[in-house]
Design a protein around this ligand. Structure first.
Ligand SMILES: NC(=O)c1ccc[n+]([C@@H]2O[C@H](COP(=O)([O-])OP(=O)(O)OC[C@H]3O[C@@H](n4cnc5c(N)ncnc54)[C@H](OP(=O)(O)O)[C@@H]3O)[C@@H](O)[C@H]2O)c1
Length: 305
């Protein structure tokens, strides 16, 4: 019988530095709270300084003596991603764990600064570029990890390699599902390439089931948004539980590169973290390699292991 993995299993994290994207809200904020609460230093990233400062102040109140710093990162702008990564290098910040958490869901048709479809651009391409630019910092540390947050909705996703930006027919849910499938294809391919290169960095993936956060209100509009107002109180779990898979992947001593942790109950919508299965499409190594090549081309970030 498996024992429940709760926040009590988090080891002491003093001396370890975590970069958390989208740390001002929802699961990123809960991740920051748990990590700082166990002694870690957290680089909180936010795209909006005012929201970021408010979130950092909240953590400061909840976790007296929390070790954290706020840095601005907009994943929908590759110039911002480059500037953020350069800032960490310039300031010689050692990064033990990168948590690719930020995301948008079911937005109306919108584009990133460089003209990518917003959900694919933010959720996948921004994190792809960020990870590539921080890999050298991670590789210098003991037990370095990259944790990429996906979703059960990846199972509905299809990679449309002929139209990754969904210019022909934009459908908000499909575009989100494609971006979350891309998160898993990326996380698994990253582990294959890290292993092949003999790198100490491990790539893990996680999903939070259905957790009550701002995600359901930030992106969707119209009927989709109205449905969230009904569904959230009925079906969503607390983000204090939904956050545990990504925290487990980031801190548990017994994780193995390439693993995917999620909330296993009620069709993976709820529950304490356990290993879960990526869909068959997420395990397609050929698609993953193709996505990697496309992502390097689109972002201009080439990985060096
Ligand atoms: N909640 C769920 O049920 C659920 C289910 C499956 C997967 N997930 C995944 O969990 C992750 C966290 O989402 P959440 O539920 O915590 O939602 P959330 O409360 O809306 O938080 C999302 C975070 O991402 C940030 N973000 C959005 N666009 C960004 C950009 N261009 N650059 C940098 N940061 C950006 C947001 O910043 P702003 O506050 O400025 O918008 C916010 O800090 C996402 O990857 C999501 O896909 C969530």
């Amino acid at each position: 019988m498996s024992t429940k993995w709760t926040a009590e299993a988090i080891p002491t994290l003093s001396g370890r530095t975590f970069v958390v994207t989208g740390a001002n809200s929802g699961l990123g904020l809960e991740t920051t709270r748990l990590l700082t609460g166990h002694g870690a230093h957290v680089v909180m990233t936010a795209r909006d300084r005012i929201k970021g400062e408010a979130a950092a102040a909240r953590i400061g109140q909840d976790v007296p003596g929390a070790s954290l710093e706020l840095r601005i990162l907009d994943l929908a702008d590759l110039d911002s991603v480059r500037a953020f990564a350069a800032g960490l290098h310039d300031d010689k910040v050692g990064v033990d764990v990168l948590i690719n958490n930020a995301g948008v869901m079911m937005t109306p048709p919108r584009k990133t600064k460089q003209g990518f479809e917003m959900q694919f651009g933010t959720n996948h391409l921004g994190h792809f570029a960020l990870t590539g630019l921080l890999l050298d910092l991670l590789a210098e540390r003991d037990d370095p990890r990259v944790v990429t947050v996906s979703s059960t909705l990846h199972k509905q996703g299809r990679m449309d390699f002929d139209d990754l930006m969904r210019t022909k027919r934009y459908q908000p849910t499909q575009a989100y599902a494609q971006s979350k499938l891309a998160n898993l294809l990326f996380g698994l391919e990253l582990q294959r390439r890290l292993s092949a290169a003999g790198s100490p960095v491990r790539s893990l993936m996680a999903h939070p089931g259905y957790s009550r956060t701002n995600l359901q209100f930030a992106g969707p509009t119209g009927l989709r948004k109205a449905a969230m107002y009904i569904a959230n109180p009925l079906f969503a779990q607390s983000p204090t539980i939904g956050v545990l898979p990504q925290v487990r992947a980031a801190v548990a001593p017994d994780v193995v590169g390439g693993q995917y942790y999620g909330c296993p109950k009620l069709m993976e919508n709820r529950g304490y973290p356990e290993l879960v299965q990526p869909s068959r499409r997420a395990q397609d190594a050929e698609a993953a390699a193709r996505l990697w090549t496309e992502s390097e081309k689109l972002t201009g970030v080439e990985y060096s292991f």
